[in-house]
Design a binder for this molecule. Structure first.
Ligand SMILES: *Cc1c(COP(=O)(O)O)cnc(C)c1O
Length: 426
């Protein structure tokens, strides 16, 4: 039976049988028992489905990953220990030393560091392009060894919106997949696969968990990318894997299963960045109300952005759902029902005024976090980016008086009243 996303948030994934627990069971076990070595051997050969060691796979995780696959409209999914691990696995699964990535320049700072520094040391080069680049500029970024394109639906913290169709068209013209980090909108507000994305990643730490309880990540495969049609670019999926008796992932697991099976059986096996089953259970509790929470985060974000944009002590506001925002048109196309709860703005009076504003907040807590039920606020220049001079901040696109506010699920009136009184002190 085909169901709406609301029903899939609540009931997707785990389907208990007769007399089985109603809630997703937490399989708190590192290992699994078998009657014969031969039965277990079949699992090691990927000849039979099943579990043998929680460093690679655990049933609790798979129940929750299956729900996320249903929400995004994908064919397979896996959970990782963090969003960072999801970003790394999604790229490294198809891009090895000597490979090249095209990425949007406004991606999350952690992902930027991963690509620009850590993966560079592994022999993988990245060309960054502005998300609003022309088709010609995007075209010029590709090289013969390009293996994928990466961007964020709504970038954290830049709040730019990715033109998913533009990036998907360019990627597909060059025979490579588009990977989209869909952390901020969640599949409730946008499903990038419907616009041409091939792989979707998440920091489930943010809205999916939604309560600031568990760090985690997820990768979803659309099943739409034809690895065999571009076999020479993706030998890891289309030629025999010697560490698994010569299995060819794209043949044995098909277009819908190859990517996640390879990432599980090679990268999870070797890097071991698995989400704990306890965290997967907490993530699932968050997913059960995601479709109820997201509209409220979006409504609070929009109300806050509108209040701030009319306030005399505010120099500028960025919020993709706000009429007049540079990304408003793209947001209307890709996120017509709402964007997210995160708003950024510049307080008139410079760095000191922003610091006074932060000190005056009573409901919005000072935290380096976003996308939580409780509103939280960050002044990068005096916290996460405090080692930078004003010139270095400018180069990184962060104004000294810029504040990022993540609107939680409290009353919008109370949040606006809190911000209003703190602005009086600024
Ligand atoms: C937080 C975040 C990440 C990293 O996720 P962690 O769970 O903190 O590792 C990646 N992408 C985006 C868009 C994020 O907001």
């Amino acid at each position: 039976m085909s169901t709406s996303i609301d029903t899939r948030c609540v009931q997707g994934g785990y389907q208990p049988g007769n007399g089985e627990p109603r809630q997703v069971p937490i399989i708190q076990s590192t290992t699994f028992k078998y009657a014969t070595s031969d039965a277990m051997g079949k699992l090691f050969d990927l000849e039979a489905p099943g579990y043998f060691y929680t460093r690679l796979q655990n049933p609790t995780n798979d129940y929750v990953a299956a729900k996320i696959a249903e929400l995004e409209g994908g064919t397979a999914a896996m959970l990782t220990s963090s969003g960072q691990a999801a970003s790394f696995f999604s790229i490294f699964n198809i891009c090895e030393a000597g490979g090249h990535v095209v990425a949007s320049s406004t991606i999350y700072g952690g992902t930027y560091n991963l690509l620009a520094h850590t993966m560079a040391k592994m022999g993988i080069e990245t060309t960054f392009v502005a998300p609003d680049c022309s088709a010609e500029e995007l075209e010029a970024a590709f090289r013969p060894n390009t293996k994928c394109v990466f961007g964020e639906t709504i970038a954290n913290p830049a709040l730019t919106v990715l033109d998913i169709e533009k990036f998907a068209t360019a990627a597909h013209t060059h025979g490579v997949p588009l990977i989209v980090d869909n952390t901020f909108p969640t599949p409730v507000m946008c499903r990038p696969i419907e616009w041409g994305a091939d792989i979707v990643t998440h920091s489930t730490t943010k809205y999916m968990d939604g309560h600031g309880a568990a760090v985690g990540g997820a990768i979803v495969d659309s099943g739409n990318f034809d690895w065999m049609a571009h076999a020479e670019k993706f030998p890891g999926l289309t030629t025999p894997d010697d560490s698994y008796h010569g299995i060819v992932y794209a043949e044995k697991f098909g277009q819908g299963g190859a990517f996640i099976t390879k990432a599980t059986s090679q990268l999870m096996r070797d890097f071991g960045s698995i989400q704990s089953p306890q965290n997967a259970f907490l993530l699932n509790l968050g997913l059960e109300s995601l479709h109820v929470r997201m509209p409220r985060h979006c409504a609070n974000g929009l109300a806050m952005a509108e209040f701030l944009s009319a306030h005399p002590k505010i120099e500028s506001v960025r919020y993709p759902g706000l009429a007049g925002d540079p990304c408003y048109e793209l947001a209307q196309k890709y996120l017509p029902d709402g964007t997210c709860g995160v708003v950024s703005f510049c307080v008139a009076g410079g760095r000191a005024a922003a610091e006074r504003f932060m000190a005056g907040l009573k409901i919005c807590a000072i935290e380096t976090h976003v996308a939580d039920a409780r509103s939280c606020c960050l002044h990068p220049a005096s916290s996460t980016h405090r080692q930078m001079t004003d010139a270095e901040l400018a180069a990184a696109g962060i104004a000294p008086n810029m504040v990022r506010l993540s609107c939680g699920l409290e009353s919008a009136d109370d949040l606006i009243a809190d911000v209003a009184q703190a602005l009086e002190l600024a």
